[in-house]
Write a protein of this length. Structure first.
Length: 81
């Protein structure tokens, strides 16, 4: 048991810096920090799923979550009975 635990702990402590080709998933995986290439052009996919939202929907969610946060803050500091 001690040897198994020691081996497991050793591999665990290596963390994400430990690279092994068997851990790579998918076809042509993208590594963090490397530029992405789509259709032969360099691009960045920072926004991800937000590309499908319109600006009106994003503005609505921004105002909604700001209002929820403001309500929570006001209730916490002043108006909580």
């Amino acid at each position: 048991f001690e040897q198994v635990y020691l081996d497991y702990a050793t591999e665990y402590l290596k963390g994400p810096m430990y690279h092994n080709d068997l851990k790579v998933q998918g076809f042509l995986p993208e590594y963090p920090g490397d530029p992405m290439f789509k259709q032969g052009k360099m691009t960045s996919n920072v926004v991800g799923n937000l590309k499908t939202f319109s600006s009106n929907e994003l503005a609505f969610f921004a105002v909604l979550f700001f209002a929820i946060g403001l309500y929570g803050t006001l209730m916490f500091w002043w108006f909580d009975p």
